[in-house]
Design a protein around this ligand. Structure first.
Ligand code: ADE
Length: 225
């Protein structure tokens, strides 16, 4: 898989992809993440990528031309499955959407800033708009990192334990059960006996019960009967 992220603040995206699972996924050749600085596509001498809004009002608007030039260049190099724009008014991101996107080959993510992008970008260049939640961030970069992280960890081979993405919360519409590690007792707080029993079937049954109990208690909207 390849993810191309278009941003006017590339430094904001450096660290999420230079550590841990996302770094290893790239080193293993399972994903390529390319960050594109929108300023390099600016056609004016100050390398600006935003301008005042027609009709007035506070806040700058990201111009269509640098965005179009960047997307066109990428599209001349390969075919893309989606051009996704990160925006608080987009479709709410979910595990199910992440699963779908993890099956794609090439994705473009465009990060918005200021008052957003010229509406013609959304009308003509973007195929999908995604929000990571009902709150407003300063820009789409953190949202792009969240969406990319969620997608990349689902690519086969990215996680060392192949089953661990499958046991994530939400993956089966349930919250994950509690986990414990050594010591078995700390300040008198004990680990549930069954987990120390070595009895695999009983442990599995306990995990399923706890997952269901937690889901009903914390996320009744997810709980299935
Ligand atoms: N940009 C600003 N806020 C955002 C959000 N909640 N989701 C995605 N992109 C955003």
């Amino acid at each position: 898989m390849r993810i191309d992220i278009i941003t006017c603040l590339p430094r904001l995206l450096e660290s999420p992809f230079s550590d841990s699972i996302l770094k290893r996924a790239q080193l293993k050749g399972l994903v390529t993440v390319a960050i594109h600085d929108l300023r390099e596509y600016s056609q004016n001498k100050h390398r600006t990528t935003d301008d005042y809004a027609f009709g007035g009002g506070a806040g700058m608007v990201m111009m269509i031309e640098p965005i179009d030039l960047c997307i066109s260049k990428l599209k001349s190099e390969r075919n893309y499955d989606e051009v996704m724009y990160m925006s608080p008014d987009g479709e709410l991101f979910s595990q199910s959407l992440s699963n779908q996107l993890s099956l794609k080959q090439n994705l473009i993510i465009l990060c918005g800033h200021y008052k957003g992008v010229d509406e013609r970008v959304r009308e003509h260049l973007v195929t999908r708009e995604i929000s990571i939640g009902n709150y407003v961030l300063s820009g789409g970069e953190l949202a792009a990192a969240v969406v990319s992280d969620s997608i990349i960890r689902l690519i086969p081979g990215v996680l060392s334990d192949e089953t661990s993405a499958l046991t994530d919360s939400f993956q089966d519409g349930m919250i994950a059960p509690p986990v414990y590690t050594r010591p078995a007792e700390y300040k008198g707080w004990k680990v549930p006996e069954v987990l120390l029993s070595g009895h695999e079937a009983k442990i599995e049954q306990w995990r399923e019960e706890k997952a269901l109990e937690r889901t009903k208690e914390r996320r009744p909207d997810l709980a299935k009967e």
